[in-house]
Design a protein around this ligand. Structure first.
Ligand code: NG1
Ligand code: ZN
Length: 538
């Protein structure tokens, strides 16, 4: 791995030698790329919940435009930015782009807007004028700073080609790239943030895994023998898990790795598969009763835990991870600063039993809902001193304010829990830390989810618009009222439908205290929806 990084850095020094410094923006080289890789006819991509994402074959033109924009952002802010080529939990044939700002956070809404605007330009003249508008609107002195982009990719075969286009575009814009090769998404976020603290080296302090282990060493004091079983989704997480497993062995923790690129990416395995199907991933059906198991997703920014309890599959999802973390953080820090605000941020998909548990057990913790998509939760979490945020699907972390970070213990914990986005490996290590206080069985039984079900509906999603974080429909007009009448027939139930931000479908969520009501409410809801548009349930 180290050799690979050195080669990549060497690669960079060659580029440094050949970079042409320009004082005004010359788009000639960009024009050549634009014409060589046209946008597919009729394709109008949008920077969505988690960046650009689609079938890999559609993405060439998107990569060129987004990379050009990121060079401008780096030139503006005079710091490194990042581009991650990944489609996360989606199938192998998809790919995508996650764009990372100089802070290590995802790009802000203004740049999301520019990204979508650039992707919708039909002609090169339009691309050029949009880039020039960004330059003038933001007063960017394009000749003053070169523009450095850290680039990384997951294990998808299509990644190499898209990364090549990234590199060519960055050079065409007069920027430089630093290639990190195959990395997890949170590792790239961390590397971007770290690199900006000390411009002389790529890393501010420790490389990603060493940084995690440094924090873990300070927080983990148990001598008990543990065995954990990790499903790596046949993704990039496997590469880092091999390293992590070696470290954990010295702590008496044996890590058994499954689905480590010996099968198809995210196929019958991975966090999304496990959470949605409530079934064991491939090769893990025979785990022992009450064994600690977890699944990463394709770019290792999500994790869910599971086990076999009374011979049945049992999920410990993002809600449960949030509870375990809150339990660990609640008492010690309540006493330190009485004004320290703590919040748990969730999406509409959080189970009702989870919010009830938080209210009952941790009354001073604020509870906030956010739009689906980890970037929205992250933004809300930043409004508090301690912002615990998790999507039910296992995407999340804890954000700490500058004030909270004054506390030494919190500062150590912040090295484990990504301050930029969800991180499966950091979350896994923190769960091990928290399990020193709460046993695995106690965690499993913390509360019981209310019966629920989520299904995909294939129909015309463009007809649907929502409010209240996706919990209520604004469009089609009148549909929400009709749904509420149906929902009222089932006591203590919750049901909503929202258009997916990442796929061409609608998601229907149904939750009832009475298990028999779930299918009934689901059927009734689909009947109402079908009177507005043709719906196919999957
Ligand atoms: P959409 O497709 O908007 O529901 C899905 C997940 C999100 C998030 C994004 C990005 C569900 C219900 N939705 O969003 O939580 O992870 O993908 O990957 O799981
Ligand atoms: Zn992911």
């Amino acid at each position: 791995m180290l050799t690979e990084k050195l080669i990549n850095l060497y690669d960079t020094t060659i580029i440094v030698k050949h970079t042409v410094y320009i004082s005004t923006m010359d788009f000639t080289r960009l024009a050549a790329l634009f014409h060589a890789y046209p946008m597919p006819i009729g394709y109008i991509p949008k920077y969505g919940t988690s960046g650009f994402r689609d079938h890999a074959k559609l993405l060439d033109a998107v990569v060129i435009r987004a990379s050009a924009m990121m060079v401008l952002r780096s030139k503006e802010i005079k710091n490194h930015c990042g581009i991650m080529v990944t489609a996360s939990h989606n199938p192998e044939n998809d790919n995508g782009l996650k764009l990372i700002d100089y802070t290590g956070d995802m790009i802000n809404e203004e740049f999301e807007h520019y990204a979508t605007q650039l992707a919708s330009c039909q002609s090169f003249e339009y691309v050029q004028s949009t880039l020039n508008n960004i330059i003038s609107e933001r007063n960017i002195d394009v000749g003053k700073y070169t523009g450095y982009i850290l680039i990384g990719q997951d294990t998808r075969a299509s990644g190499d080609h898209l990364i090549t286009l990234c590199k060519k575009t960055i050079l065409a814009m007069g920027g430089k790239y630093i290639s990190l090769g195959q990395v997890t998404t949170p590792e790239l976020h961390y590397s971007v943030a770290s690199s900006n603290f000390n411009m002389k080296s790529v890393y501010k302090k420790l490389p990603y895994i060493n940084n995690l282990m440094y924090a873990f060493r300070k927080l983990y004091h148990s001598n008990s023998y543990y065995e954990i079983n990790v499903d790596c989704a046949n993704g990039v997480g496997a590469l880092r898990m091999f390293e992590l497993a070696q470290h954990l062995y010295t702590y008496n923790i044996k890590v058994n790795l499954y689905n480590t690129n010996n099968g198809k990416l995210n196929d019958l395995c991975g966090a999304d598969y496990v959470e949605k199907t409530l079934d064991f991933p491939a090769n893990m059906h025979n785990v022992h009763e009450n064994a600690i198991c977890c699944s990463l997703d394709g770019d290792a920014d999500r994790i869910v835990f599971f086990s076999k309890n009374r011979n049945k599959f049992t999920l410990l999802n993002g809600d449960k991870i949030a509870c375990l973390i809150i339990k660990y953080l609640y008492n010690p820090f309540d006493n330190i600063e009485s004004e320290t605000s703590m919040c748990v941020v969730h999406t509409p998909y959080a189970n009702g039993a989870f919010t009830t548990y938080i209210k009952d057990m941790f009354p001073s913790v604020h509870i906030q809902c956010a739009e689906t998509g980890v970037k929205y939760l992250h933004r809300t979490a930043k409004q508090y001193d301690i912002g615990v945020y998790f999507e039910s699907n296992g995407h999340g972390s804890v954000h700490f304010s500058q004030q909270a970070l004054q506390n030494k213990a919190i500062s150590t914990i912040s090295n484990l829990l990504s301050q930029y986005t969800g991180d499966a490996l950091g979350d896994l290590l923190f769960v091990l830390v928290a399990l020193q206080q709460t046993s695995f069985l106690e965690w499993m039984y913390m509360y019981q989810d209310y019966p629920c079900k989520q299904v995909k509906l294939y129909g015309d999603k463009s007809l649907f618009a929502t409010t209240d974080f996706g919990r209520k429909l604004l469009q089609p007009e009148g549909l929400q009222d009709k749904l509420e009448k149906v929902i009222a027939n089932y006591s203590h139930s919750n049901c909503f439908v929202r258009p997916s931000g990442t796929e061409d479908l609608l998601r229907l969520y149904v939750e009832c205290k009475n298990v028999n009501h779930v299918e009934m409410l689901l059927t009734d809801t689909v009947t109402v929806l079908s009177s507005y548009t043709q719906i196919e349930v999957k």
